[in-house]
Design a protein. Structure first.
Length: 70
């Protein structure tokens, strides 16, 4: 019975949480097709990468991935 009461209490707290606010993605970070500035970054192995070193004949795709286990 105590577990049921605690579960219902937590459910009540969750349903009363602040509503989510919408994020305007057109104002966050670089946009699709936008040119990026020249950069020079070092990877985990110590190798330096520049924009020119990752460019292929059709351009490059930069993907930013946020990991929860860093």
């Amino acid at each position: 019975m105590k577990a049921l009461t605690a579960s219902l209490f937590l459910l009540g707290l969750l349903t009363q949480a602040a509503p989510h606010t919408r994020v305007d993605l057109s104002k966050v970070g670089p946009q699709v097709g936008q040119r990026v500035p020249d950069f020079s970054l070092t990877d985990q192995a110590g190798k330096t990468w520049t924009l020119q070193s990752v460019m292929g004949p059709k351009g490059a795709m930069l993907v930013f991935f946020r990991s929860a286990d860093w």
